[in-house]
Design a binder for this molecule. Structure first.
Ligand code: PRP
Length: 215
């Protein structure tokens, strides 16, 4: 018997937006994906199992064969930086901007290393290098907005959606680094070995994405 097709999902905001996509694929989890301590879920689709992971863990699971495919934000994918992952569909979910932000009215130090608080250390390093600046990264896992307020960092690199979190903390957006959205990701290996299952999914999701954004 063929091993189940394993589909890795990111928990949090993106998981809520993923349910209609799963319905489109005929993949209905047997129990609710939220409010359970379970990490692997059976579905009503024979031969498909779901994993619910931290967003940053989806790329390594798919790259290393722990899952055949998954859903991950472009921000997370750029930070992870793998050439073993295909991104066949831009699902256009969880759209946001990755930006630098600083305290209102404050400028970057004229010289020396810039202290950057972020969970996107690689992206931040590349962004500031493109401006000829080196950074002293401070890797944080949340509440980045606090770092400039208490003098821990000069600048943050973080996701901005409505801009409300920056505004509520006296920060303002500065450089736009990328526009991000969720992507279907497939490992190069699974693209070959499981193509008879994965290609129809890609086709369905391409059509679904177009129909969602047609109007
Ligand atoms: C993200 C991000 C900001 C906020 C931006 O955090 O880190 O704090 O959303 O959204 P806004 O521009 O609409 O205010 P999230 O709530 O996803 O939690 P996280 O810190 O765990 O990533």
């Amino acid at each position: 018997m063929t091993q189940s097709l394993i589909f890795a999902l990111a928990r949090g905001r993106l998981l809520d937006e993923t349910s209609s996509l799963l319905t489109e694929l005929g993949i209905e989890p047997i129990e609710s994906l939220t409010g359970s301590r379970r990490l692997m879920f059976d579905t009503r689709h024979p031969g498909v199992k779901l994993l619910v992971l931290r967003a940053t863990d989806v790329p390594p699971y798919v790259e290393r064969g722990g899952a055949h495919l998954g859903i991950a934000g472009k921000d997370v994918l750029l930070e992870y930086g793998s050439d073993m992952l295909c991104e066949p569909v831009d699902l256009q979910l969880s759209r946001c901007r990755l930006m630098t932000a600083m305290k209102k009215g404050i400028e970057l130090p004229a010289k020396g290393r810039i202290r950057v608080a972020t969970k996107y250390v690689n992206i931040a390093r590349r962004h500031f290098a493109s401006q000829g600046r080196q950074i002293d990264p401070i890797k944080l896992y949340g509440a980045m907005e606090l770092a400039p307020l208490v003098g821990l960092a000069d600048v943050i690199v973080d996701v901005v959606d409505t801009g409300n979190t920056l505004e509520a903390n006296g920060l303002e957006p500065r450089d736009l680094i990328i526009h991000s959205s969720a992507r279907l990701i497939v490992s190069r290996v699974a693209m070959k070995t499981r193509h008879q299952h994965i290609f129809p999914m890609i086709e369905k999701l391409n059509k679904w994405t177009k129909s969602q954004h047609a109007s």
